[in-house]
Design a protein around this ligand. Structure first.
Ligand SMILES: [Zn+2]
Length: 377
């Protein structure tokens, strides 16, 4: 399993460039008597690879099919990863991420399938999705044809702690704001211009941002505009987001952020060449993902809880502020939780994972299969 993990992290797979790692997995899994194929997500998201689907028949016919998933892409700097092991911990050489996010999940699933096959483990059928372009907006997962799946519930392997089950995560809106002013020579006739930068700054200074309440956040992520010091800036583009576990708060904050712009526009009204001119504002709002909120009586929660407890963990539900593939799964009617792989400090060059945790993640998945067979018996 460690060998598989080390192989995986040494294959470059930035978002939309997962073809090589998908090929490695196809070769590794084919001898296990599984069905394995790629969907058309690659074409739809202009990537080089679709989501890789795997289906393994179970030995027990009346046990619900379970789905396990982990994403194939890694964040930057993630090319040319050189892993090394010291005191049972796997790290990169410090110049790149390790890619344990999410190749620890991928390796654990591969090992789970190997063990089920080699030991003829009594369990139900297993579906696996190794999805693409997760790190750039859950793009692969959005293209999954959920009607083609047989699974009754899903486990997304994409979190740190093995004793946590992610059950709750927020709604998110992504926003693009554009402010249009009037360009003019800043030294000769500034009175004939309206600075889009000034308008945007005034609007943003009135905004509630950061942590809004324990369940809600908002952020201005990028601010771009202007051409030169001697030109009154006529255009600004701003990218922002808000997240909340409450859809009502999400919508209220989304309106508030737009209102801050709209309400400030009249203050910049001006007579230019005999005409009354006001800066213009335009907003595009997009639902990035819907919230997930899984109850303690749901199948994936119960199975993960029972499996972890069986392995000696004190299992706890977790609420997070980010979106994962589980948001997409739950939103598409497939109950899903996120479980940990043991990865630490992901998205940094200090990312690492203990071999013992990596192995435990695989045992966790196997135990979920056993608990599922037990509860269906
Ligand atoms: Zn991840």
């Amino acid at each position: 399993m460690v060998r598989t993990f080390l192989d995986l992290v040494q294959i470059d797979s930035p978002s939309k460039e997962e073809a090589e790692v998908a090929e490695y997995l196809t070769t590794a899994l084919r001898p296990l008597g599984v069905e394995i194929w790629q969907d058309d997500a690659g074409r739809k998201i202009s990537g080089k690879c679709g989501n890789l689907h795997v289906r393994m028949k179970g030995t027990l016919p009346n046990v619900p099919t379970l789905l396990f998933s982990a994403h194939l892409d890694t964040v930057m700097p993630g090319r040319g990863v050189k892993p090394h092991i010291e005191n049972g911990i796997i790290r990169s050489d410090g110049t790149t991420v390790l890619g344990a996010d999410d190749k620890s999940g991928v390796a654990a699933i591969v090992e789970m399938l190997r063990i089920v096959y080699e030991q003829k483990l009594p369990c139900g059928a297993i579906e696996v999705i190794f999805d693409v372009a997760e790190e750039v907006g859950l793009l692969g997962a959005r293209e999954i044809d959920f009607s083609s799946l047989r699974a009754k519930c899903a486990f997304v392997l994409d979190n740190e702690e093995l004793n946590r089950i992610v059950v709750r995560s927020p709604y998110a809106n992504r926003m693009l704001f554009e402010v249009e002013g009037i360009a003019a020579h800043a030294g000769m006739v500034p009175e004939r211009g309206i600075s889009a930068i000034e308008v945007a700054c005034k609007a943003i200074s009135r905004m509630r941002l950061g942590r809004l309440d324990p369940d809600s956040t908002a952020n201005i992520g990028t601010f771009e505009g202007g051409r030169a010091t001697n030109i009154v800036a006529d255009h600004v583009t701003i990218r922002a987001e808000t997240r909340s576990h409450s859809e009502e708060t999400l919508q209220r904050q989304t309106s508030h952020m737009q209102d801050c712009f709209r309400e400030i526009l009249p203050a910049f009204r001006k007579e230019i060449n005999g005409k009354t001119i006001e800066p213009k504002f335009h907003a595009t709002v997009e639902r990035e993902f819907n919230a997930m909120n899984i109850g303690p009586d749901s199948l994936p929660y119960q199975l993960a809880f029972a499996a972890g407890t069986e392995l000696g963990f004190h299992m706890e539900p977790q609420s997070i502020g980010g979106g994962t593939n589980a948001n997409i799964y739950n939103g598409s009617g497939l109950p899903a939780v996120v479980i940990g792989t043991g990865m630490k400090d992901e998205h940094t060059t200090a990312e690492h994972i203990a071999i013992a945790d990596l192995e435990m993640c695989c045992r966790f998945c196997l135990e979920i299969l056993l608990q599922n067979a037990k509860s269906a018996a």
